[in-house]
Design a binder for this molecule. Structure first.
Ligand SMILES: O=C(O)CCC(=O)C(=O)O
Ligand SMILES: [Fe+2]
Length: 259
């Protein structure tokens, strides 16, 4: 584990007490547990823990359930609230392009770190050879900036989002951080000759719990639609209907360059 600490220190510098409390609360990639081909991988440098789960039915779909601690979730929600975007009862979505608010830049850095460490642990354990075993491809991870577009969605009970593939004006590699109410996000294949032959079409449910991070790239981003239907009867997990309260999400993407 000393080796991991050296690598992280080289990449991010020494973690010191002089860092602001706020910054430390969002920068937290110090341990990762990685499940690739059913094998759990873990390592710890500064004591915090993160686990990655590959959604096996869909290439390029990864879930980190414990991305944000309860305190970090509260801080993120406070930062969003301070923006005042949802003061009007009619508003339920805010978008920012280019220079993102400081808290969203911090969030991007945390996402970068948690992926970097997860990818590293996977490679260390010799599971990172195939592209599918990679949490997020290196070319996407090291682009600058990692993300330059933010959408914050606020869903009232019963509200959701229709099946869609994110617009092609955004590059590959999308991250969503989920806050407040848990929900099931369903993935269904974009119709093409192969999947039309399937009867019924495959639908993959993914449970998003508060503080989780989901990554979509490659097939997950381009060949699968995602949706959240919070209408009655759709939010079922292990036979139980999930209690529907307010839900917030922060989606980070990168605009395609125009040249
Ligand atoms: O709220 C979510 O978790 C998903 C948001 C989404 O898919 C989008 O804004 O494109
Ligand atoms: Fe989307």
């Amino acid at each position: 584990m000393e080796e991991l600490k050296t690598i992280l220190t080289e990449a991010f510098g020494e973690s010191s007490d002089s860092e602001g409390e706020e910054q430390r609360q969002l920068l937290h990639t110090h341990c990762a547990e990685n499940r690739v081909n059913g094998k759990a991988l873990s390592g710890s440098v500064y004591g915090e823990s993160h686990s990655w789960e590959r959604i096996s039915e869909i290439n390029g779909l990864w879930l980190c359930k414990d991305f944000l601690s309860p305190d970090q979730q509260s801080n993120l929600l406070s930062s969003i609230q301070l923006e005042g975007w949802f003061a009007e009862p009619s508003s339920n979505q805010a978008m920012r392009f280019g220079d993102l608010p400081g808290w969203a830049v911090e969030l991007s850095s945390s996402i970068h770190e948690v992926i970097l460490f997860g990818n590293y642990v996977a490679e260390l354990e010799n599971c990172g050879k195939s592209k599918e075993a990679c949490i997020f491809p290196q070319d996407l991870l090291w682009r600058e900036p990692l993300f330059d577009q933010l959408i914050v969605n606020m869903y009232r009970p019963g509200e959701g989002i229709c099946p869609h593939v994110d617009l092609m004006r955004f590059e590959d590699g999308i991250a969503i951080v989920s806050l407040e109410s848990s929900c099931v996000m369903h993935f269904s294949q974009v119709e093409n000759e192969t999947c039309r032959a399937q009867d019924p079409p495959q639908r993959v449910p993914v449970l998003l719990t508060p503080g989780c991070l989901i990554l979509m790239w490659g097939e997950a981003r381009y060949l699968w639609k995602h949706e959240i239907n919070r209408g009655p009867g759709f939010q079922i997990c292990e036979g139980q209907e999930i209690d529907q309260k307010r839900r917030m999400s922060a989606t980070l993407r990168k605009l395609c360059s125009t040249d």
